[in-house]
Design a protein around this ligand. Structure first.
Ligand code: FAD
Length: 386
């Protein structure tokens, strides 16, 4: 097969797509605008669906070896009272697996190392994409020079503020602020730690063990967009420093330069299609969602595996392949994006004391088996057959 695919964006979604297409016999070029391939961010929770996708890409064992396989934990109040609790053994028994906590940079590095180095071009910012019925062109600037690449297939994996989407889907409204900002850090930590999410009024704090000796924490609060503190760690301590143990100790073990802050944005209006001519959108470019279900990267991985399987027949059968990709991915990812927004409204963003009390009682009364099934229902996904 002599098909050439250009992937715009070298994040987790772009690298996973490049790997999926490479394994399906495509010649692949990844254009990443950053001067070096890398990943900003701290930790990621990968549920069974993401792990099945990574297995299909041949990197599941490396991901499990670099991550922390666990799942014991649950939901708590800000005082530490457990609202629901799940043991890793119960999760494995019911779902066949626990989940893996991994540093984003480790996952990104594993995907990058699985690709031929010649496929990866950094300092390559895509400026425009055009497409006809049989081919597409990608205009970009590489090391300051303008250049054009011809492709049988272009994958727009350029994230939340996708250039590919804004060029070819000009009617899609830009991402909207989801009402909250999030701080994150990956830090050294050796004591045992459950995977837990704790809720206060308009605030949520999460913790997740990563590889041995490292954990990831995040804190999210409802606030207007664009806020910045002179010392973000001090701002986190002010919001979460009096929450339950070990949150104060985690913050004490964090250095100011380890803290990242991002306002949360999502695509509130679902796209009418993820395909335009010979261009397919994937990951946050297609369906940027709030992080409340921890499924954004997982969905990008599912997209990538599905695209690779659909396009295994090469450029000759692309019309049907891309239609199949759109059919298989759009309903699921858009339902997940809606569910994630709902989870935020019901969880982190709930502020009224009566509503909080009612929610907490409802969760406490839910049997753990049912809670686990609900929490994991989106993890029930299998890679399609080519
Ligand atoms: C606080 C927070 C916590 C999260 N937690 C989880 C979690 O636990 N589990 C989970 O599955 N997901 C989680 N997510 C979601 C996840 O981070 C994203 O969904 C995922 O990283 C999207 O990957 P992507 O490759 O589509 O986009 P991105 O990671 O944004 O990558 C896009 C790439 O394209 C490049 N690019 C952009 N424009 C251009 C251009 N014009 N030319 C060339 N290159 C370009 C960028 O430099 C970047 O490298 C979380 C998100 C947030 C904000």
């Amino acid at each position: 097969m002599d098909g050439h695919a250009v992937v715009v964006g070298g994040g987790i979604g772009g690298l996973a797509a490049a790997l999926a297409l490479h394994r399906s016999g495509w010649r692949v070029t990844v254009l990443e605008r950053a001067p070096e391939l890398g990943e900003v961010g701290a930790g990621l929770a990968l549920m069974e669906n993401a792990l099945r996708g990574l297995d299909a890409l041949g990197v599941g064992p490396a991901v499990r070896a670099h991550g922390r396989i666990d799942g014991s934990g649950g939901l708590r109040t800000r005082t530490g009272r457990w609202l629901s609790r799940v043991e890793a053994a119960a999760m494995t028994g019911q779902l066949g697996t626990t989940m893996v906590g991994i540093h984003r940079a480790d996952l990104h590095g594993i995907l990058r190392d699985a690709l031929p180095p010649a496929a990866l071009r950094t300092d390559a910012e895509v400026l425009d994409v055009t497409t006809g019925p049989h081919a597409a062109e990608v205009r970009h600037r590489r090391h300051g020079e303008r250049a054009t690449l011809a492709a049988d297939l272009v994958v727009g994996a350029d994230g939340l503020r996708s250039t590919v989407r804004s060029r070819l889907w000009p009617d899609v409204p830009p991402p909207v602020y989801a009402g909250a900002t999030a701080w994150r850090a990956a830090i050294a930590w050796t004591d045992p730690l459950p995977t837990a999410v704790s809720w206060g009024a308009g605030a949520e704090f999460g913790m997740l063990p990563l590889a041995p000796g490292r954990i990831y924490w995040y804190g999210a609060v409802t606030t207007p967009p664009g806020g910045r503190a002179p010392d973000e760690l001090a701002a986190v301590r002010e919001r979460f420093g009096d929450w339950h143990d070990p949150i104060p100790a985690l913050l004490a073990a964090t250095a100011p330069e380890q803290v990242l802050r991002h306002d949360l944005y999502h695509l509130a209006a679902p796209l009418p299609s993820y395909v335009h001519g010979r261009v397919a959108l994937l990951g946050d470019a297609a369906h940027a969602m709030t992080p409340y279900l921890g499924q954004g990267a997982a969905q990008a991985i599912e997209d990538a595996v599905t695209l690779g399987a659909a396009c295994a027949g090469g450029p000759a059968h692309l019309d049907a392949a891309l239609a199949r990709y759109d059919r298989q991915r759009r309903p699921r990812t858009q339902a997940l994006a809606r569910a994630s927004a709902r989870a935020g409204r019901y969880g982190q963003q709930l502020r009224h004391p009566l509503a909080v009390a009612l929610r907490d009682t409802a969760i406490r009364l839910t049997p753990s088996r049912v809670a686990l099934r609900q929490a994991a229902r989106y993890a029930d996904w299998h890679p399609p057959r080519p």
